[in-house]
Write a protein that binds this ligand. Structure first.
Ligand SMILES: CC(C)(COP(=O)(O)OP(=O)(O)OC[C@H]1O[C@@H](n2cnc3c(N)ncnc32)[C@H](O)[C@@H]1OP(=O)(O)O)[C@@H](O)C(=O)NCCC(=O)NCCS
Length: 194
């Protein structure tokens, strides 16, 4: 079956539009994934970010960045690319079952990170591209990120999550997250004691 995607304006084959609406704008994958995770290195951002960002629906961009942005401002890109493994660290997930030129580890399908600001505990964020959502990738990334945080001596992480984001709120509740005041009625702030 061939159908046109309202979001990316491309024609897709094989997925039904009804499944696509349920699972993300490109529909669910139609193979068995081989999910692996590893700590992000400087350079991963330039290599993988743009293509993964293109695979996020407007809704996922809205849930992640609190606005359905089409492009990230340069200062935000620079912040996200700046991983030192301590103040700012990230874990990347790949599907090793997908063979792509110049991607020896497979297709980049998600990232979880903490970023430390001028004050307060580091802040967690996590993104899985639409066609892999709901398959356990987010949980794998959370497990790997919290294991890394323990290794690096991080004791507390906070996460600001849009109240409407049931997926992320379900996921974070699995990690005994404590709800704190966020100061914004649209945002729930969680604290995880690592
Ligand atoms: C939120 C997000 C990271 C979750 O990742 P995921 O790979 O889809 O989640 P998983 O498949 O690992 O699911 C983890 C748990 O959340 C639940 N869940 C996932 N999506 C859900 C949804 N939309 N509604 C309700 N529960 C949901 C799963 O059922 C699972 O719970 P269970 O183990 O009790 O069954 C992912 O959907 C995403 O990137 N969303 C867009 C960006 C975003 O919201 N980022 C968070 C901003 S901080």
């Amino acid at each position: 079956m061939t159908w046109s995607c309202d979001t990316c304006l491309a024609w897709h084959t094989s997925h039904s539009p009804h499944r696509a609406v349920a699972a993300g704008h490109h529909g669910p994958i139609d193979h068995v994934p081989a999910i692996i995770t590893r700590e992000a290195a400087p350079g991963d951002f330039d290599r993988y970010f743009d293509e993964a960002f293109q695979e996020l629906s407007p809704e996922s961009r809205h849930l992640r960045f609190f606005t359905a942005i089409r492009e990230l401002p340069d200062n935000v890109r620079a912040r996200l690319a700046d991983v030192d493994g301590y103040r700012n660290a990230a874990v990347v997930a790949f599907d090793a079952a997908v063979m792509l030129p110049d991607h020896p580890e497979g297709k980049a399908i998600g990232v979880a990170r903490w970023m430390t600001g001028d004050d307060g505990p580091p802040e967690l964020s996590i993104t899985v591209i639409d066609e892999y959502q709901g398959m356990g990738v987010g949980a794998r990334l959370m497990d790997a990120l919290l294991a890394l945080a323990r290794k690096r001596g991080v004791q507390r992480i906070i996460a600001d999550v849009l109240r409407e984001n049931t997926g992320m709120r379900t996921l974070i509740n699995r990690y005994r997250a404590v709800v704190q005041r966020s100061g914004d009625p649209l945002v729930v702030r969680y604290r995880i004691d690592v």
